[in-house]
Design a protein around this ligand. Structure first.
Ligand code: GLU
Length: 298
């Protein structure tokens, strides 16, 4: 049975970019007769906006994107993440790290713009250092996977990412750990999300293997960018989806995903059409052009 999910971080209401991810995962699940779950990724407390989760739920409902079951909140699941972290620690797969962000600032940049951890604390904390974060030892065996949209990908974690953080210096569990634990706990078979997370996928597969979890299938859809080529977000001035413009926003998101609905349909008919006619193979790997929401003002 297909189980998909949408896992927004409640840092603001849905914008065009997050609508694209929501719609793609919803349609892929529903077209397969599957379940579609909702998970609110509210772990990163400083970035979480109080009212955003409620706004996202209302926007999804108003667009007709009905999820199955109760939404899951990551902020209530620390015990699960702790258990997974402890299981890895017991096998010697993690180590405490005393490095500050500033001390890593000179290391080589990885493909996703983050620093590759040089392994300073791998052999033990230097004398006088306090543990700040917990890192996972990465291996030299390259991680390969076939993405349903992006094709075959391979990443050597030790060279391209370095030992990565599972528990942060500020006491929070890292996204990489939480997402893997939750996808397994929720029985997710298919992850459909924005290609900005493509660079995290090998880390997640590595964790799944270490924890003995099944590996879901992945499909990374193109990411909507603004005219300056930046990913849309609250910071880059993305428009929140007004409830009044449902048809227009759905039609734009479907066009962005390479689907070609007939013109003149209302929101409900558009979504019905899209569920019945969803073709993942039409989704482009990249979208060089600005997102339609930015290209057509108003
Ligand atoms: N919470 C992440 C985000 O909003 C998505 C996580 C995922 O889909 O794996 O970018």
């Amino acid at each position: 049975m297909y189980v998909g999910r949408f896992a927004p971080s409640p840092t603001g209401p849905l914008h065009f970019g997050s609508l694209v991810a929501a719609l793609a995962s919803y349609l892929d699940a529903r077209a397969a007769g599957g379940r579609w779950l909702l998970r609110i990724e509210d772990l990163d407390r400083p970035r979480v906006e109080r009212a955003a989760a409620g706004a996202i739920l209302r926007q999804l409902e108003s667009l007709g994107l009905q999820w199955d079951g109760e939404p899951v909140w990551q902020s209530r699941r620390a015990a699960l993440y702790r258990a997974a972290l402890d299981a890895l620690a017991r096998r010697g797969l993690t180590y405490p790290c005393g490095c500050s962000r500033r001390e890593i600032a000179d290391s080589t940049l990885g493909a996703d713009g983050a620093r590759i951890y040089p392994g300073t604390c791998r052999g033990g904390l230097p004398p006088g250092r306090l543990a700040r974060a917990t890192r996972l030892r990465t291996g030299s065996e390259p991680i390969r996977f076939v993405d349903r949209v992006q094709g075959e990908l391979v990443q050597a974690l030790d060279r391209e990412v370095g030992d990565f953080v599972l528990h942060r210096a500020d006491g929070m569990f890292a996204y990489q750990l939480a997402v893997v634990v939750d996808d397994a706990a929720q029985g997710v078979t298919d992850v459909v999300r924005g290609a900005d997370l493509l660079g995290s996928t090998a880390r997640q597969i590595y964790l799944q293997r270490l924890l003995g979890y099944p590996e879901p299938r992945y499909a990374h859809v193109p990411v909507a960018v603004n005219a300056a080529g930046e990913k849309l977000s609250k910071q880059t001035g993305a428009l929140a989806i007004g409830l009044a413009q449902r048809e227009r926003e759905l039609a734009r998101a479907l066009a962005f995903l390479g689907q070609e609905p007939p013109r003149g349909l209302g929101a409900r008919e558009l979504l019905d059409w899209a569920r019945n006619n969803w073709r993942l193979e039409r989704v482009p790997r990249l979208r060089a052009a600005p997102a339609p929401a930015e290209a057509t003002p108003g």
